[in-house]
Design a protein around this ligand. Structure first.
Ligand code: HEM
Length: 452
């Protein structure tokens, strides 16, 4: 999807491509059109689309909000939805500033006026993990990497290790973790540690007469109280915590990395965003939650970053009955997708489709500020299953980037003799899957403090 992005869908001329297997297997419909995506995801229940569990984390962690379909999905969503409210977004906004200060302090960014960061990715990855742990689950994860013994890790270390080794967990069968290989043994110990800590956390929350069950309870509170009423089993509870942990931090880290990478290259955009941020900073240097809506240029940069490097590379669905879709390109017509087909919504192709996004490979945040722009382009999905963490992510990302651009100017850290165009080609198209998200690989930046 990524490597062939400029030539796939017959040089970006077709809305869909249907692959019919010659001998066995289901037909696969690849989708590259926002309008088709809306027809599918906007009518998910009516069309009886289901998530193919083998393309989710189900085999690893069990049934969760992200992997379930039908009534089971409705139950998870009904329990979790009320926890995603303004109090959570406001908490994320405030906590992102606290966590940002920890990053600045721990990385020693205050000691020099100008310095180079070889990869911003690792820094924002740790930041976003702290954010979801603290805001959603009350786990006080610190920025400093823990240094304890890998054979007996503490909780944060075990968590970081699982995340780093996530692919291992996804592909190696559980029984193989008993084999005498050091990496597998440490992975297993880490998994057990995280599992037991989450269970302990759940026990301690269950025994508290906390706010759980009220609409303003935090995410963990909602999950614990629903488990008490037997709405979610312990296994489902565990799976939801894991899902939110992963869905919540890798995606966020990817967007921050892409945004900073592009702003480091496009100084005109960066200057406009920095001026916008300055206009909302109060006398004490603070940026209030209320001013989030006064940062449209920053918001447009994040949206454009999401369009160019979408953290979920594709959204899969299976059909249980024949469905009819209207396509527009190369010509308007109806097609019937037979039952038993797989649908793959190709996010890269959809978000770089020239019919909707002229000059699709160019970073152009202003396209999101035009009068007729679509505020609901599909980066966060569409319809009833669209991302539950959207506003939490936006709050976190906007606050982090706003704090960083308030304090620093970012510049592309080019190689000797390298032009900015060459940097853009080398760094901003070097994307891959990391864990469960699609993301740029190492983005090196030069940072200069604004206040001398
Ligand atoms: C910029 C960051 C993010 C992006 C781009 C993103 C994108 C998406 C997309 C496209 C979907 C729809 C998947 C589908 O239809 O198959 C989705 C679903 C989901 N997202 Fe996010 N997400 C982000 C951040 C978050 C955060 C911070 C959380 C948790 C705090 C989260 C939790 C979830 C969950 C649980 C689902 C499944 C919802 C359901 O099936 O009802 N996401 N996300």
């Amino acid at each position: 999807m990524w490597l062939d992005r400029k030539t796939s869908y017959f040089n970006r001329q077709h809305d869909i491509v249907l692959m019919n297997p010659l001998f066995a297997g289901a037909p696969i419909l690849f989708v590259a059109s926002r309008r088709v995506v809306q027809q599918l995801l906007g009518n998910e229940a009516k069309l009886r689309l289901v998530k193919p569990v083998e393309l989710t984390l189900q085999s690893l962690i069990g049934d969760s909000l992200a992997s379930a379909s039908g009534d089971a999905w409705r139950r998870h969503r009904r329990i979790l939805s009320p926890a995603f409210n303004t109090s959570l977004y406001s908490l994320a906004w405030d906590e992102a500033s606290v966590a940002y200060e920890e990053v600045v302090y721990s990385e020693g960014w205050l000691t020099e006026r100008q310095f180079d960061v070889s990869s911003i990715n690792h820094i924002v990855h740790k930041f976003s993990l702290m954010m979801i742990s603290r805001c959603a689950f009350g786990i006080p994860l610190a920025y400093e990497e823990p240094t304890s013994n890998p054979a007996n890790p503490d909780f944060p270390e075990a968590l970081v290790r699982i995340i780093k080794d996530f692919v291992l967990f996804a592909i190696v069968p559980r029984r193989m973790f008993n084999l005498p290989f050091k990496r597998l043994r440490i992975a297993k110990i880490s998994w057990q540690k995280v599992e037991s800590e989450i269970k302990a956390l759940l026990r301690s929350r269950s025994s508290q007469e906390s706010k759980a069950g009220e609409d303003n309870a935090d995410i963990l509170g909602r999950l614990v109280s629903s488990s008490g009423k037997l709405e979610l089993t312990r296994e489902e509870l565990f799976a939801d915590i894991f899902t939110l942990m992963f869905a919540g931090h890798e995606t966020t880290a990817s967007v921050i990395t892409t945004t900073l990478g592009y702003l480091a290259l496009y100084h005109q955009e960066q200057d406009a965003v920095a001026a916008e941020i300055t206009s909302v900073v109060d006398a004490s240097g603070n940026i209030s939650f209320a001013s989030m809506s006064n940062l449209p240029k920053l918001q447009a940069c994040l949206t454009e970053a999401l369009r160019l490097i979408p953290p979920p590379l594709f959204l899969p669905r299976d059909t249980e009955e024949d469905i009819t879709l209207e396509i527009e390109y190369p010509e308007k017509r109806q097609i019937v997708v037979p039952r038993g087909s797989r649908i793959i919504i190709d996010m890269v192709a959809t978000l770089r489709n020239p019919s909707y996004f002229p000059n699709p490979d160019v970073f152009k945040p202003s396209r999101w500020l035009e009068d007729n722009h679509d505020p609901d382009a599909v980066m966060f999905g569409a319809g009833p299953r669209q991302c539950i963490g959207r506003r939490f992510a936006q709050s976190t990302i906007m606050r982090f980037v706003a704090c960083l651009l308030r304090d620093f100017e970012v510049d592309a850290l080019t190689l000797p003799g390298e032009t900015r165009e060459e940097y853009e080609e080398r760094i901003m198209t070097n994307a891959t899957m990391a864990g469960t998200s699609f993301t740029l690989q190492d983005v090196p930046l030069r940072m200069t403090r604004r206040i001398k």
